[in-house]
Design a protein around this ligand. Structure first.
Ligand code: ADP
Length: 517
């Protein structure tokens, strides 16, 4: 628990997935509610008034198209008055003046008295339109603050800003939009007045504000619940996996990771199950290793102790043969300890290869020379065949160890004819060394396993074949360190060929030279 606490980075606040999700969803909802507030509430005046102005523009266009045909103008005006509850007036201009007699049409969509209130101002509005590129829009209240009707007072217009509309926001009373267009048709001039009302939106806006607030609060509660549910869905399998991981950490390698629910967690569970399986394999290997090592160390030690005690207690047993047994067992122990050290250094990466150029062929020849005594004594024949001198860039000590281990194995596992052949062949820019024996061979299913440390095909301890079970692991480590390819072909009852391939350096000779030992 203490270690876990220490592992946490200091100064960082760790929030759970639930609150994180809530924060994300809350941010999302806030943006959403803000957008609704902005468009639905803040810009409502704008949208509403734009719609009104569009209606007025549309009628103005229709009337301008109908000019020249008075009946048509009257029909359009009346239809529009009905459709939009507008008031529409069209005058023909005579001598540059607005004359009551030249009123083409007045269609009132609302109350007649609006006409009495507006018409006295038409002359003035017409002048303003002329001065404002033939189009003028003004906003006029329906009644003044004292409550009396129809006091004509422009509160906003587009006289200074021709073309744009005088938008009003936050209006508390009904307003009139007065829309004036001066139009020309076949040399005659007309003026169109339209009146429409803009209703106060204050009530509507405060209602909408309440709605948005209410919806916002509801959404926040909903988001909280959603975050809790989603967090539960996400964290439940994670917690399950966490529990399993804790039990794995305690050394229970048979732990099953069962956190399921969604793809990522399924994959995580599978990966952890695989990791647990690998850990348990490693654990087993470790236990095997310890038991193998202790067995291999104990056997020669027991022998040495036994023989020494016999020689101490029984003077007649003090023979050179018995002393030889002690020497042999000591050698075996030394070999074993050396191999273990070599392998652990190689595996830890602390034994870096010292890459230098040397003649591999020469190394093979001198190795054979060293085996001469053994071959003479025990009747082994080792045949060496070298096609051309090969130079390689490698760690010569390590490569020598590979050659020794492979030849030792070939001798140890050779057949009754006690014959081993070593062949070196140059091919392209590589050199292949193969060591063949005529022994019992290796079963196909065992071939991938022989490179594992302490693996022995013959589990029964054979005193005759002295081996540490580490030789091929060392060979493998060294060759892999050199990026060399290697392998074995073997037939049961016929023998095996172990081979490895190294890149040659440019100095390799291409003269044919055959050497037989
Ligand atoms: P060991 O010290 O037991 O020889 P190695 O790692 O060198 O350990 O070899 C592992 C196992 O591979 C050996 O125990 C043996 O069963 C098998 N093996 C190795 N070389 C040969 C060979 N030339 N012929 C048959 N079996 C072999």
């Amino acid at each position: 628990m203490e270690a876990e606490k220490n592992a946490r980075p200091k100064g960082r606040i760790r929030i759970g997935i639930k609150w994180k999700m809530f924060m994300i969803l809350f941010a999302f909802v806030s943006v959403f509610v803000f957008a609704i507030w902005l468009f639905q509430i803040q810009m409502l005046h704008y949208f509403y008034q734009t719609a009104k102005f569009n209606e007025l523009d549309k009628v103005a266009k229709e009337i301008s198209l109908a000019l020249g045909d008075d009946n048509k103008v009257i029909t359009v005006a009346e239809t529009s008055a009905d459709e939009f509850s507008n008031d529409v007036w069209v005058y023909r201009i005579e001598d540059g003046r607005l004359n009551e007699n030249n009123k083409l049409v007045h269609s009132d969509g609302t109350r007649e008295e609006i006409g009495y209130f507006l018409e006295p101002n038409f002359e003035d509005l017409y002048e303003r339109a002329l001065a404002n590129k033939n189009k003028y829009v003004a906003i006029v209240p329906m009644r003044n603050f004292k409550g009396s009707y129809y006091e004509f007072k422009i509160i906003a217009d587009n006289a200074n800003d021709a073309g744009s509309y005088p938008y009003i926001s936050g209006n508390v009373r009904t307003l009139n939009v007065i829309h004036v267009n001066v139009m020309e048709h076949k040399g005659e001039s007309y003026v169109l007045f339209q009146r429409a009302s803009i209703s106060p939106l204050v009530t509507m806006i405060s209602m909408l504000e309440n709605q948005v607030m209410f919806t916002g609060v509801l959404l926040v509660i909903f988001v909280l619940i959603m975050a809790a549910i989603m967090a539960k869905l996400i964290t439940k399998p994670i917690e399950q996996i966490n529990r399993s991981a804790k039990s794995l950490a305690l050394g229970k390698y048979d732990t099953e990771f069962e956190g399921r629910g969604y793809r990522e967690i399924d994959e995580l569970s599978d990966t952890l199950n695989f990791a647990a399986h690998e850990l348990s394999k490693n654990d087993r290997l470790q236990k095997d290793l310890i038991s193998n090592v202790s067995h291999d160390l104990r056997t020669p030690l027991t022998m040495i102790k036994g023989y020494s005690e016999v020689m101490r207690d029984i003077p007649d047993e003090n023979t050179p043969e018995n002393v030889q047994v002690i020497i042999d067992e000591t050698t075996r122990l030394t070999d074993l300890v050396n191999d273990m050290l070599d392998l652990s250094k190689l595996q830890a990466g602390s034994r870096a290869p010292d890459m230098r150029e040397f003649c591999l062929s020469e190394m093979l020849r001198s190795t054979m020379y060293r085996y001469e005594k053994l071959t003479m004594q025990d009747g082994y024949t080792i045949e060496l065949s070298i096609d051309k001198n090969a130079y390689v860039i490698a760690d010569s000590t390590m490569i020598l160890q590979v050659i020794y281990n492979l030849i030792n194995n070939a001798i140890n596992y050779s057949g009754d004819d006690k014959h081993v052949s070593v062949v070196q062949k140059l091919s392209g820019d590589t050199v292949i060394v193969s060591i063949t024996d005529t022994g019992e061979g290796i079963a196909e299913e065992n071939i991938p396993l022989i490179w594992d440390r302490y693996y022995k095909v013959d589990k029964v301890h054979r005193r005759a074949t002295v081996g540490t079970g580490l030789g091929l692991s060392i060979v493998k480590e060294i060759l892999e360190l050199h990026n060399a390819t290697y392998g074995v072909t073997s037939t049961l009852g016929k023998g095996s060929t172990f081979w490895f391939e190294l890149k040659t350096s440019d100095s390799s000779e291409y003269d044919v030279e055959l050497v037989d030992f």
